[in-house]
Design a protein around this ligand. Structure first.
Ligand SMILES: Nc1ncnc2c1ncn2[C@@H]1O[C@H](COP(=O)(O)OP(=O)(O)OP(=O)(O)O)[C@@H](O)[C@H]1O
Ligand SMILES: Nc1nc2c(c(=O)[nH]1)N[C@H]1C(S)=C(S)[C@@H](COP(=O)(O)O)O[C@H]1N2
Length: 204
């Protein structure tokens, strides 16, 4: 029996890419890939297959990695972390645009809004999102704690959503580009879909 049949949820292939000169050369331990994996594993109900890559801030290598993850590894969603700032070697958004079919600027705009609630330097991030084929590619900042912050947004101590995390919009975006139906754990992030696009949850 396939995983999809066993759980009732469609399997999802996710590329996670940590872009950091220092982590990729062992100067410090990479915390980007574990943070991405932990957050996605806690937020999604679908069976997940991860394709993980740790690479330096080299524009052609980042572009080739993203192309390989979408075209060969058939990822439905790819998240990068790092290399979005203004320093000369911060080139992740540029490499992401190099392989894009279309840009989705709303994700970068919302991430900067969220991050401004945490750090005033949030506006230094050039992060964006793009579509390539049937895959959505998202750039997140490099600071490991920014991964959960941007994906899930900000809540009050009472649990009220103060700024919506970008992941709320990811499942419907993937529906619209022909990918698998993503289901989230509402206590972590509540996906928003118009009523007409909501499917009943599998009971098995
Ligand atoms: N992959 C990572 N793993 C662990 N910590 C990280 C990682 N990326 C960034 N950081 C932390 O966030 C801080 C700010 O990130 P910064 O933008 O300077 O790094 P980067 O450009 O992503 O990495 P590098 O300069 O090595 O290419 C770093 O000083 C480091 O403490
Ligand atoms: N949520 C959040 N966003 C953040 C940060 C952060 O600590 N938390 N750091 C900012 C800083 S200082 C920079 S320079 C940019 C780019 O970081 P990067 O080059 O590591 O991607 O992200 C910004 N966005």
């Amino acid at each position: 029996m396939s995983e999809a049949v066993a759980t009732g949820f469609e399997p999802v292939r996710i590329g996670i890419v940590s872009v950091s000169d220092r982590a990729s050369t062992g100067v410090y331990e990479d915390k980007g890939l574990p943070a991405l994996k932990d957050w996605l594993g806690a937020a999604l109900l679908n069976p997940l297959h991860f394709e993980a890559r740790l690479i330096p801030d080299e524009r052609p290598l980042i572009a080739a990695t993203l192309r390989e993850l979408v075209d060969d590894a058939r990822c439905d969603l790819v998240l990068t972390t790092g290399g979005t700032g203004p320093a000369p070697r911060d080139v992740t958004p540029d490499a992401t645009r190099d392989i894009a079919d279309r840009e989705m600027p709303g994700f970068g705009e919302q991430m900067r809004q969220i991050s401004l609630r945490f750090v005033p330097t949030a506006l230094l991030s050039r992060q964006t999102a793009v579509i390539r084929g049937k895959a959505l590619i998202l750039n997140l900042p490099g600071q490991p704690k920014s991964i959960a912050e941007t994906l899930e947004g900000l809540r009050s101590p009472e649990g009220e959503v103060l700024v919506s995390g970008i992941f709320a919009a990811v499942p419907y975006c993937i529906d619209l580009i022909g990918g698998p139906y993503l289901e989230t754990r509402d206590e972590r992030i509540k996906a928003f879909r118009p009523k007409s696009a909501i499917r009943p949850r599998p009971t098995a």
